[in-house]
Design a protein around this ligand. Sequence first.
Ligand code: HEC
Ligand code: HEC
Length: 240
Amino acid sequence: MRRVGIFLVLIICTVPLGRAAYDLSKVDLGKIPIASKNKVDFARDIYPIFKEKCISCHGPEKQKGDYRIDTKDGAFKAGDNGFNIIPGHSDRTPIVLMVAGQIEEMLMPPPKKDPLTDEEIGLVRAWVDQGAVWPDGPIPEYVKKIEFVRDVRPIFEKSCTECHGVVKQAGGFRLDRKEDAMKGGTTYGVVIKPKNVAGSSLLLIAAGKDEDIAEPEKHKLAEKQVELLRRWIEQGAEWN
Ligand code: HEC
Ligand code: HEC
């Protein structure tokens, strides 16, 4: 009798359950960025991340894996692998585990696409832990505030100050200090005009659209970075 019992258990365990949930046995919670401590606001903190990093594949146009995350119904609907958002449990929520690369072959966004930053993962985690609140009705648009120190300075430091900084000031232009940067260079004059996107030739130079600039390939930034600089200038080009 006992043997039959064990036999039955074996059969039941090997019969496919129809709904194969993800294998969470290899999840290493220590490798997932910690949840943000702040109170998360869906429209301000979370939806912009989905919009920027998920919706091209999980939105109105494409629903990869038969999943969409631009609508509440879509985001909370169960797929072949069960629910993708489990309110209150970031440690078991597939979208959190996926963005942190903790579900095999399911890194989201997929490899080579712009991954979520630790800060963004921390926000999504906190959102789920705080109940995954997604208010009904239209989602208010939030314009992400560009922070100079976090967003802009690293671009200048990585791509510009080598020639426009302490050691060299090509064209009499330096980008490591506000006063000099806002004054501009000898040929172009002022290239950053706060709130004046059209008048800020820095954007043309960085977009590779200024035909007269020296060493154009040294001046061309990625489209995303130019867009960030554009929004920084639009928002007032502050240096703090
Ligand atoms: C470039 C396209 C692309 C982007 C961007 C992308 N995904 Fe995916 N996603 C896929 C593909 C393809 C699949 C199906 C993979 C499979 O089933 O093997 C998938 C599957 C999924 C699934 C599983 C759906 C189900 O129920 O089986 C979830 C959840 C998911 N993605 C979440 C996200 C989230 C969250 C983001 C943004 C942080 C994101 N994805 C960004 C392409 C993308
Ligand atoms: C490898 C060196 C190098 C790098 C890196 C570089 N530049 Fe330049 N830049 C130059 C040179 C050379 C000139 C032309 C100087 C001249 O005309 O004498 C120039 C000119 C300029 C000017 C015009 C200054 C003027 O009025 O004459 C601006 C604005 C400028 N660069 C911005 C940038 C920005 C923004 C970046 C980063 C995205 C950058 N540069 C990266 C070498 C560089």
